[in-house]
Design a binder for this molecule. Structure first.
Ligand SMILES: [Zn+2]
Length: 84
């Protein structure tokens, strides 16, 4: 059984992996929500908010930031985004 990274609560679109999710151009990042004072420094828990901008949906998804891989900033930066 394949894993499931995230499911849209409104239209039930499923993303099986983190890469699948991050490469979906219908997801627009729109903010960060701090989870509260109970979280542990130096990396407090929080949620990254995405808007699922497809016809008939448009809801906001909150994905806990820890779900994403940590980026090693010492490595040479490789831009995965297309030029505008
Ligand atoms: Zn959706």
């Amino acid at each position: 059984m394949p894993g499931l990274f995230k499911r849209c609560p409104l239209c039930f679109k499923e993303w099986l992996t983190e890469d699948d999710f991050l490469q979906d151009r219908t997801l627009m990042i729109n903010g960060y929500q701090f989870a509260g004072k109970q979280t542990t420094p130096p990396f407090p828990d929080g949620y990254i908010l995405f808007t699922h901008s497809v016809h008939g949906c448009g809801t906001t998804l909150a994905v806990i930031a820890k779900a994403f891989k940590e980026v090693d900033r010492k490595k040479e930066t490789k831009h995965s985004l297309s030029p505008i």
